[in-house]
Design a protein around this ligand. Structure first.
Ligand code: SAM
Length: 240
């Protein structure tokens, strides 16, 4: 499915629709498993957190972890502010921490662990392994984890810029490294919904990924004619 954000006025609702469908996909993959605790690693400002909370039974408690540093500085505070305006505030514990060393979460205390666009921020084997060891530590035996990130394919210009800027792990690489770190029952699914950004939104999106003026100038005609589309996501899941 393609969600259109042709004009700036459509952007907020397009993103909300996208994350709503992504939350639905995550929960479909979690399936009928019974759980009381869910932890979202790299929750950011809560774009996925809030639609997940809307769909989760009231007895489920969520922990949302984010380091909120560098380009993401202030994002966890933003989530805190958003939560205060909702009925979900009491059900969520926010933790400012690095996922490579999660503070304040006990061993084997989490039933389900989710993340979206986090693994691509851990681009070296050593970093990803440290995070996986932490996930293994906090998940209860047979606990389930699921991670989504943009797929690197198809990498056509100018979207390829996003992928180059934000390289993702392939599902094959994730399978190997997750298996090495003790996880099993590995599966992959794909989330094919994308947002199509019209010219002004495309410029804003590309800028937010670090595109400079000369890049934008080079692709100006193409952007005017076609805009850009977000790549699809691969979603990997496995069990402790
Ligand atoms: C691309 S954003 C994705 C945010 C959100 N999950 C979403 O789908 O919109 C990546 C998030 O991961 C967080 N992050 C990156 N590396 C991290 C780390 N090592 N520990 C904790 N959070 C991290 C960033 O602060 C940021 O909020």
């Amino acid at each position: 499915m393609r969600i259109n954000a042709n004009s700036p006025e459509e952007l907020v609702s397009a993103r909300a629709k996208y994350y709503d469908q992504l939350a639905e996909h995550f929960l479909n993959q979690i399936g009928p498993r019974r759980f009381r605790t869910i932890l979202e690693a790299g929750c950011g400002k809560g774009q996925l957190t809030i639609p997940l909370l809307r769909r989760l039974p009231r007895h489920v408690e969520m922990t949302a972890v984010d380091s909120s540093r560098g380009p993401y500085s202030g994002w966890l505070d933003e989530l805190g502010k958003t939560l205060r305006k909702t009925e979900f505030e009491k059900r969520v514990r926010l933790i400012r921490s690095d996922t490579k060393r999660i503070k304040g979460v006990e061993d084997e205390s989490v039933d389900i662990l989710v993340s979206n666009e986090l693994l691509c921020d851990l681009p070296y084997d050593s970093e990803l392994e440290k995070a996986l060891k932490e996930f293994y530590r906090i998940l209860r035996p047979r606990g389930f984890m699921i991670h989504g990130e943009w797929s690197s394919s198809p990498a056509v210009e100018p979207q390829a810029f996003l992928v180059e800027h934000w390289p993702s792990w392939t599902p094959d690489q994730l399978f190997a490294i997750m298996r090495k770190n003790g996880f099993h029952k590995f599966q992959v699914s794909y989330f094919g919904t994308t947002i199509h950004f019209g010219y002004e939104n495309a410029i804003q999106e590309l800028r937010s990924w670090g595109a400079n003026q000369s890049f934008l100038k080079r692709y100006d005609k193409l952007l005017k004619r076609e805009g850009i589309e977000l790549p699809p996501e691969h979603i990997v899941q496995c069990q402790k």
